[in-house]
Design a binder for this molecule. Structure first.
Ligand code: PGA
Ligand code: ZN
Length: 424
């Protein structure tokens, strides 16, 4: 069969879920296939993430415009990729990396490069008539992902007395994805009622979770347990809990000193946070903990993993930034046992797949993630099934840019029929 070639690449500026500009890319192939992809954007970003190119022209969108990235797609990347075989994902991605010429994609912009990379994968899948999850994951891609649903927010994602950035409900005991989604969506609705009854706010944050002014971190945990039970589920059996401390946000020096400023718990060292975590893991059904310590606190991370790594999944987000250079070091030094995978942290589909492969080879897990700034693009859902990691986070049971991914997973499950799998 003749492999289709790229005949046109165009980009435009659109808005993400926060109303900030981002890049959308359109691709056409010489067999008539077309595809579109849109790039997400983070807020609590790691120091070593690939660079999202913003115009810095304060007369537009407070400097956040992406017209330069759009121009880089239209004028620099598009001519370089013209005529390339669309199924050569790695070669296309490498061509863009070489053309950029920097370590962090700061020249052409990770937003420009990722938009093309995603649109290329999608166009290739369409051209060879495979669903995207199968094109990227092969015929064996049939495992759905457990939806780790972000239902309470703290830290920089809210104005309450909670230091932990994300509290997620994890439907580990559901038989299927669609049942799992129902378990946690119902819990989300019950949680809303509980919060209302207590006179707390039920407006939602960027990722669709609540940001109530609960009394403390533990109050948030207790309230979630209550919601799980009142929704008719058993905590720890049907629904477990996952946390993202996003500890960069309360680190004093990135080397092991912290200030739990929101809860008022005050100054702490890594060892204090680890003792606290051990206590909570005993008391609550926590199965996963992301960024329990700051990105520069490798020693603390290692200690945390030594103490808790046999009980829970310890995920590095800001510390690894989906970059194999840092994940490799993390594996060698036993820093964690899982890495968060965010496509725009590294900037191409191929490099994200490399990061996943490195985790898998080391016996690590990997946790596929959205960004706090998202679009209606559902690439993430197909990517998560293709990578076969078993779980993802895509926000709450509200806000369409979050739900779009969950709905796409429902479609994939339906398409897979009896061969669909679902397990932690
Ligand atoms: P971000 O936050 O997308 O704003 O970086 C999500 C996270 O910390 O996991
Ligand atoms: Zn995180």
């Amino acid at each position: 069969m003749k492999q289709a070639k790229i005949s046109s690449i165009q980009a435009m500026e659109i808005l993400d879920s926060r109303g900030n500009p981002t890049v959308r890319v359109f691709i056409e192939l010489d067999d008539g296939t077309t595809s579109v992809a849109s790039v997400p954007s983070g807020a609590s970003t790691g120091e070593n993430e690939a660079i999202e190119l913003r115009d810095q022209d304060t007369s537009r969108y407070a400097g956040k415009g992406v017209l330069k990235a759009v121009a880089n797609v239209n004028e620099k990347l598009s001519p370089a990729l013209f005529g390339m075989t669309v199924t050569e994902q790695s070669l296309i991605d490498q061509t863009m990396i070489d053309l950029d010429g920097t370590d962090n994609k700061s020249n052409l912009g990770a937003n420009a490069i990722l938009g093309i990379s995603m649109a290329v994968a999608r166009a290739a899948a369409k051209s060879v008539r495979l669903p995207l999850y199968q094109y990227l994951g092969g015929a064996g891609a049939k495992r759905l992902t457990i939806p780790c649903m972000n239902i309470i927010n703290g830290g920089e994602h809210s104005d309450n007395n909670v230091d932990i950035q994300e509290f997620m409900a994890v439907p580990i005991g559901a038989p299927t994805f669609r049942e799992g989604l129902r378990y946690v969506a119902e819990t989300f609705h019950v949680l809303k009622k509980i919060l209302k009854k207590r006179g707390l706010a039920t407006s939602v944050g960027d990722e669709g979770g609540f940001a109530p002014d609960v009394a403390s971190n533990e109050d948030a945990l207790e309230t979630i347990i209550q919601a799980i039970e009142q929704a008719g589920y058993k905590p720890g059996e049907d629904i477990a809990i996952a946390l993202d401390s996003a500890a960069n946000s309360f680190a004093v020096d990135m080397k092991g000193a912290y200030d739990l400023k929101w809860s008022g718990a005050g100054k702490m060292q890594s060892s204090d946070l680890i003792s606290l975590a051990k206590d909570w893991v005993k008391k609550y059904p926590i199965v996963l903990w992301e960024d329990p310590l700051a990105e520069g606190d490798w020693a603390g991370f290692k200690q945390f993993t030594q103490e808790l790594g046999d009980k829970i999944e310890v995920v590095g987000d800001d510390i690894f930034v989906t970059n194999t250079q840092y994940i490799q070091r993390g594996i060698e030094q036993g820093i964690a046992n899982s890495a968060l995978i965010k496509l725009n942290q590294i900037g191409t589909v191929s490099e994200s797949i490399e990061a996943v492969r490195m985790c898998r080879d080391a016996g690590w897990r990997y946790f596929i993630s959205h960004r706090s700034g998202e679009t209606e693009d559902t690439f993430l859902a197909d990517f998560a099934v293709a990578m076969d990691g078993g779980h993802l986070k895509s926000g709450s049971a509200s806000r369409s840019e979050r739900i779009a991914k969950y709905n796409r997973l429902l479609e994939i499950e339906r398409e897979l029929g009896v061969s669909a799998q679902y397990y932690w």
